[in-house]
Design a protein. Structure first.
Length: 142
């Protein structure tokens, strides 16, 4: 049998015990993601699950929680300017990053209420950059 990966099913982010209300406020309220019911067998563990496009984001309770500062998920999206406004209105600090604008990519970084780093990306058109794979390869330093 051939092994073939078909994509990412979910991303799990850690949070401290008792995080559920704040997770719902941020992921459900600020980001507007649908909360998903956790399987009965996992409900006692705490946390909350959300849908982000075709994927899921699981907020899982970790007893000795420390937020990830470098590791982070990157969420492709449409409406980055509106999200930036929504985050700012909710009091969430936002860091714009122009390092990949030449690829037709806008992005910003923010943190969830637990300090986990999150990246939000918007491509210039229909989820693709204007640079071809060959152009990207040619711009790589030798």
């Amino acid at each position: 049998m051939t092994i073939r990966f078909t994509g990412i099913d979910h991303v799990q982010l850690a949070a401290p015990a008792g995080c559920e209300a704040e997770a719902r406020r941020f992921y459900g309220g600020v980001l507007g993601w649908e909360e998903l019911p956790k399987p009965a067998s996992l409900q006692a563990r705490g946390g909350a699950w959300f849908r982000c496009g075709m994927h899921e984001v699981h907020i899982g309770v970790q007893a000795d929680f420390r937020p990830a500062k470098k590791a982070h998920p990157g969420f492709a999206m449409i409406g980055l300017d509106e999200l930036r406004n929504r985050l700012v209105e909710a009091g969430v600090p936002v860091t714009d990053d122009a390092l990949r604008e030449d690829e037709g990519l806008q992005r910003l970084f923010a943190e969830d209420p637990f300090g986990n780093r999150l990246e939000f990306l918007q491509y210039d058109r229909d989820g693709v950059t204007t640079m071809s794979k060959e152009e990207k390869r040619d711009e790589q330093p030798e």
